[in-house]
Design a protein around this ligand. Structure first.
Ligand SMILES: Cc1cc2nc3c(=O)[nH]c(=O)nc-3n(C[C@H](O)[C@H](O)[C@H](O)COP(=O)(O)OP(=O)(O)OC[C@H]3O[C@@H](n4cnc5c(N)ncnc54)[C@H](O)[C@@H]3O)c2cc1C
Ligand code: SF4
Length: 325
């Protein structure tokens, strides 16, 4: 592990300015970053610790639920406004990691944890994401847990976090504070870049930009929502496939629906074709079946993860059945 100096700023502006320096890295709960440093997957010469920033509050701002980026995963999961406004986000967090990690890990850190691709996490292997241009052994190798949606010839790694999946379904945005003192908001789905031929550039964050909050709009389909996660074991396991489903029904007709999937895409994956199949139609088992089938439009499975095509369809069906029961 490389030696580094540590800075603990007390204002977001000071943090953003310090974080803009090349080789600087923000740290929040440290639960992902510490592993990456110890295993020499990632290094930083300056660590900017966000711990003292006033970014922990969870509050209602009119119709918007505002989740401070430094609120812990446990605090977010248990907050009454989160449970009421976006219950699928609470369920996703409670299905993530362990109680100990949820007490350390933060909302912002979970959005940005790095892929679990085994080649990426082992510097003994080539990996385009870790070392641009070195190759992607996963495409012809061990890809059981990797993406069937959004991959490229350079990288098929999944974004592994649970929390952003229901947030993408809920049309959440992230609030960002830049080194130039400017604040902007970005749709959470658009925070993540598709790998293309530059898989090492994972987000649209500018140097030094701090995630300050997650903003979730209020909508009936966000309030009536659930999260279904399928994994190899019931705890300490990442999703092989997961689905956040939210719905608003009026007289048996689908007025609004929001669907996103995790564990299958190179970013949290909005299921637009499934939503379009459902919207404005009278709900029925046959319609749910059609929507589930459309979830894998554009899927590109690999030798060891073709099972995810059926798994994703089944998970969409389960989530829709659960949320409409
Ligand atoms: C055994 C184990 C099992 C796990 N299982 C799951 C699981 O099932 N599902 C799941 O979702 N996760 C799982 N995790 C991962 C865990 O949830 C993440 O490590 C955690 O959410 C990261 O949050 P953190 O605050 O510790 O981030 P850190 O490790 O501090 O940071 C992660 C990244 O985010 C950046 N960052 C953090 N905060 C900000 C900010 N405000 N602005 C800009 N950049 C920022 C950091 O620079 C870093 O790049 C598991 C982890 C372990 C160890
Ligand atoms: S899938 Fe992506 S992260 Fe995994 S080895 Fe290939 S380039 Fe690296």
């Amino acid at each position: 592990m490389q030696e580094f100096s540590r800075l603990v700023p007390t204002t977001t502006q000071a943090a953003a300015r310090a974080g803009a320096v090349p080789q600087a890295s923000f740290i929040a709960g440290g639960t992902d970053l510490m592993q990456l440093w110890k295993n020499n997957v990632q290094a930083a010469s300056l660590v900017v610790d966000l711990d003292r920033l006033d970014l922990r509050r969870i509050s209602l701002d009119g119709p918007t639920l505002r989740i401070g980026a430094l609120a812990t995963m446990a605090e977010v999961a248990e907050h009454p406004d989160v449970k009421r406004r976006v219950p699928a986000a609470s369920e996703a967090l409670l299905a993530a990691a362990s109680p100990q990690i949820r007490n350390m890990g933060t909302a912002g850190g979970n959005l940005l944890q790095r892929t679990r691709c085994g080649y990426f996490r082992d510097p003994g292997f080539a990996c385009n994401k870790r070392e641009p241009g070195s190759g992607c052994p996963a495409i012809a190798g061990e890809n059981r847990e990797l993406a069937i949606l959004g991959g490229s010839g350079s990288c098929i790694a999944t974004q592994p976090s649970d929390f952003p999946v229901p947030l993408v379904a809920a049309d959440a945005r992230v609030e960002l504070h830049g080194a130039d003192g400017q604040t902007r908001t970005v749709e959470l789905e658009q925070l993540y870049r598709l790998p293309g031929d530059t898989p090492h550039i994972e987000t649209v964050l500018r140097p030094g930009e701090v995630i300050t909050a997650i903003l979730v709009p209020d909508a009936p389909a966000n309030r009536r929502a659930t999260y279904v996660k399928v994994r190899d074991r019931q705890s300490y396991a990442y999703a092989l496939a997961s689905v956040a489903a939210g719905i608003e029904l009026q007289g048996g007709v689908v007025r609004d629906v929001r669907l996103a999937a995790g564990g299958v895409g190179t970013r949290p994956w909005r299921l637009d074709a499934s939503e379009a199949t459902l919207r404005g139609q009278r709900l029925s088992p046959a319609l749910i079946e059609q929507a589930a089938a459309r979830a894998t439009d554009g899927a590109q499975p690999h030798a060891k993860n073709a099972f995810k095509v059926t798994l994703l369809r089944n998970t969409v069906r389960r989530a829709l059945q659960a949320v409409t029961a």
